[in-house]
Structure formats: structure tokens, C-alpha cells
Design a protein around this ligand. Structure first.
Ligand code: NAP
Ligand code: HSE
Length: 329
């Protein structure tokens, strides 16, 4: 039985999810993947923090300690922000490791560079968890792009925003109370600015654009509006009219200019709209394609296990198809 050495960068909601799944599903992975996955290092900001039930010698504050592990096979990344995450993954690829990330802030900016570098070094990049949580939009799009063109991408891409809007409408909760609940449930970022300002959905939309259209629009031309401008009174008024607020990200290639047009912001939708029924932490992504037509995927857009699960699925794909690069530039 082959043993695989893995490192986790970050031990918050996502990192702990990876750790738990690796341990809970140890026997299953042995049987189905033919490997025993061993977590050999965990990078955190503060290694002195007490982390109940976990061997403290696994933790380090130094990425050099991670890279120093002989035969390290895969790095799961769940830290925050563009840097140092990008540099860490860049160095891991140079060392010959597969990398799997949940960090959309980093990946929207540097994803294409990482994928090019991975090709050069013969390793793979998994990024399903960067976009729409547990909804397998990246894998699905990679598959259908082998035959189809994607003409239009639209969806709810931030679980926290959708959860807050749902709680405001169904429970009458004030914005701040609903946001606190989203943080306690592990949906919101530690600093929730990106969630409620629309920036998180924007970064995810840029990742989808890179995959769907092979390029991103000029970021400065994308209008981004969050849900932080919506009041409880507006939610109530909409409800009385049979309408719901949804935070929608939208992108398509303009046939006249050949440019990618994208926008992110709240919309009021009626019962006949496909996003009307998408409540709570759920995300939904609709793809318009030339052959398949319209395809919509719905599922949990944030949270420990949906996110960690798709990261482990990325790794299972890498093991199943070692000749295929998971990421496509
Ligand atoms: P989190 O709970 O805030 O945890 C972040 C972890 O990263 C902490 O363990 C922290 O260390 C560590 N960390 C942060 N910056 C670091 C640095 N510069 N060097 C070393 N360690 C660092 O965050 P999370 O919710 O797990 O999210 C992690 C990433 O996944 C983010 O990029 C997020 O956007 C993305 N994501 C999250 C979800 C979700 O549902 N939560 C879903 C999809 C994607 P300490 O413990 O020492 O503070
Ligand atoms: N904070 C993010 C969200 C996590 O609520 O959608 C998933 O990317």
C-alpha cells in the first residue's frame, strides 16, 4: 500500500475539514484510491495555539519546514489572501508537489500562472473549492468545454450573502445578527468584508471567466456591488411584493466587441426566476452552452465539509488520472 505525504496550509474551517476527512475516510481511501494519506505538516500563523486532539509537532509557522519534508506529494492550501499563498504554492510546484487550493482571492489573480508552472513541472493544480464551495462547477465546466463553448455564466457565488439575505427575509433577522451567525457556521471569512461587499463573488467570477472564456475581463471595468447596501426594510418591502433579493454574478462574451462583460450585484427576482428558490448557504451556477443548452448546478456554497470534500475529490482525480492535468489553462 503506497503511503502519500500531504501538508495542509492553514488550519481554520477548511484546513480542519481536510484533516478530519483524511482521518475519517482513511480506510475508504485505502480501498478506493489504493493509498494511505498521511498529514505530515500543517502550516499556521500561530503554532502555539492549542488545537485539541491534534499532535502539536505537526504544526509549524515556517513554510520552509513544509518544503523540507522528503517526498512530499501534495499540498492542500486553505490560508487567506494573495500572498504569501501564491509564493508558497509556486514553490511547492517547483518542488514537484501537486497543489490543491480553496483560496479564491489568490487564485483569481495568480491561477493562470500557477497552472502554467504546474504544466512545466509535470504536477497538477486543483481549484474546485475556490468557486461555489461544494458545487462541482470547475470539473463540470472542464468536461463540457472539451466539446462545448460556454457562452454565459450566471449565478449566486457567495454563500454568506445568500445566507444573510435568506435569514433577513425568513426570520426577520437584522443584517449584523445574520452575519454573525454566518461567521459562527464557518461560512463567512474571518474578515467578512469580501463576502458582503461582493468582492468574494467577483473573484470567483474571474476564476470562472478564465476557465469558460480563456481570459478574464479588465477587473477595473467590472461593476461590483455587495449586499451591505440592502436594508431590512427593503427586504420586507420586496417580500410583500413576492420578490427576493439575490446576489448575482454574471459574465458573457459580447459578440459585437468580443470583450468579456461581467457584473456582480444584488437583483430583485420573482417566482419565475431560476434563482428565486436558492436559499440559505446554497450557491447556484447556470452555464449557457452551444450544444448542451442551459445547465444549472445547485449546492452548499461554503462550509467546512463541502469545501474540504471537493478538495479531496480533486486529489482523488489526480490519483485516478495521473497523466491528465486537472487544471486547464
Ligand atoms: P480561517 O478559518 O480564517 O482559517 C485560516 C487559517 O489559515 C488559520 O489556521 C490561520 O492560522 C492560517 N493562516 C492565515 N494566514 C496565514 C499565513 N500567512 N501563513 C500561515 N497560516 C496562515 O479561514 P477558512 O474559512 O478556513 O478559509 C481558508 C481559505 O479557504 C480562504 O482563502 C477562504 O477564502 C477559502 N474558502 C473558505 C471556505 C469556507 O467555507 N470557510 C470555502 C471555500 C474557500 P492561525 O490558525 O494560526 O490563525
Ligand atoms: N466566505 C465564502 C462564502 C466561503 O461565503 O461563499 C466560500 O468560498
Amino acid at each position: 500500500m503506497a503511503s502519500v505525504k500531504a501538508a495542509i496550509l492553514g488550519f481554520g474551517t477548511v484546513g480542519q475539514g481536510i484533516y478530519n476527512i483524511v482521518h475519517e475516510r482513511r480506510t475508504h481511501f485505502k480501498e478506493t484510491l489504493g493509498v494511505e494519506i498521511e498529514i505530515v505538516k500543517i502550516l499556521v500563523r500561530d503554532a502555539s495555539k492549542v488545537r485539541e486532539g491534534i499532535d502539536s509537532s505537526l504544526f509549524t509557522e515556517s513554510f520552509d519546514d513544509v518544503l523540507a519534508i522528503p517526498d512530499l506529494e501534495v499540498v492542500f492550501e486553505g490560508i487567506v489572501g494573495e500572498q504569501p499563498a501564491y509564493s508558497y504554492l509556486d514553490r511547492a510546484i517547483e518542488k514537484g508537489c501537486h497543489v490543491i487550493t480553496a483560496n479564491k482571492v489568490m487564485f483569481a489573480r495568480y491561477g493562470q500562472q500557477l497552472q502554467q508552472k504546474a504544466k512545466k513541472y509535470g504536477v497538477q493544480v486543483g481549484y474546485e473549492a475556490t468557486t461555489a464551495g461544494g458545487v462541482p462547477v470547475i470539473k463540470t465546466m472542464q468536461n463540457l468545454l472539451r466539446v462545448n463553448e460556454v457562452q454565459h455564466v450566471q449565478g449566486i457565488l457567495n454563500g454568506t450573502s445568500n445566507y444573510i439575505l435568506t435569514q433577513m427575509r425568513t426570520e426577520g433577522l437584522p443584517f449584523d445578527v445574520a452575519l454573525k451567525a454566518a461567521q459562527q457556521l464557518g461560512y463567512a471569512e474571518a474578515d467578512p468584508y469580501n463576502d458582503i461587499s461582493g468582492e468574494d463573488a467577483f473573484r470567483k467570477l474571474m476564476i470562472l471567466c478564465a476557465l469558460a472564456f480563456g481570459e478574464q475581463p479588465d477587473w477595473s471595468k467590472v461593476e461590483v456591488v455587495g449586499i451591505d447596501c440592502i436594508t431590512s426594510q427593503q427586504v420586507e418591502e420586496a417580500k410583500a411584493k413576492g420578490l427576493r433579493y439575490r446576489h448575482v454574478a454574471d459574465a458573457y462574451r459580447d459578440s459585437a466587441t468580443n470583450e468579456i462583460v461581467a457584473q456582480v450585484g444584488p437583483q430583485l427576482v420573482g417566482a419565475d426566476h431560476p434563482l428565486y428558490a436558492i436559499d440559505d448557504v446554497n450557491n447556484a451556477v447556470t452555464l449557457n452552452t452551444n450544444y448542451i443548452g442551459t445547465l444549472t448546478m445547485v449546492g452548499a456554497g461554503a462550509g467546512m465539509y463541502p469545501t474540504a470534500s471537493v478538495m479531496m475529490e480533486d486529489y482523488a482525480d489526480m490519483l485516478a488520472k495521473p497523466e491528465r492535468t486537472v487544471a486547464q489553462v
